[in-house]
Design a protein. Structure first.
Length: 133
């Protein structure tokens, strides 16, 4: 199984950081047309992403999807379906208080999703993919 990184126009710096942290740098796809991204996702076994349009696209394609959330409300904004697992850190005082409150929040505990929780969700997503295949 191979990993790839997909990002939008504003994700360049973050994509580079993630690629640099990998033992083997994955291919990076950025600024692709939406249909090309959908084509890439159609060949994927699992999608791991943040609260974004790409995550919703993956979920709408019924791809096992791990959606990482911060201060936005999971119940309201997460993609829907039994193939989606939405994760967030502990509740934060800024949740539901608007973007200015999020910017003022120093600790941002809602962004602290443990690597173990992400790993476990990915394993479950891959098991779900195998049951679809």
């Amino acid at each position: 199984m191979a990993s790839v990184l997909i990002g939008g126009p504003a994700d360049g710096e973050r994509l580079a950081e993630v690629a640099a942290s990998c033992a083997i740098a994955p291919p990076v796809f950025q600024r692709l047309p939406l249909l090309s991204v959908a084509g890439l996702l159609a060949h994927a076994n699992l999608f791991l992403g943040q609260d974004s349009g790409l995550t919703h696209l993956a979920g709408s394609l019924r791809l096992p999807t791990i959606a990482l959330f911060g201060p936005t409300e999971i119940r309201r904004w997460a993609p829907r379906g039994g193939h989606v697992r939405a994760l967030s850190g502990p509740p934060c005082m800024c949740q539901g208080q608007g973007w200015q409150a999020v910017q003022r929040c120093k600790d941002k505990p809602c962004l602290n999703v443990s690597p173990e929780a992400v790993f476990e969700a990915c394993l479950q997503g891959l098991q779900l993919y195998r049951s679809f295949a």
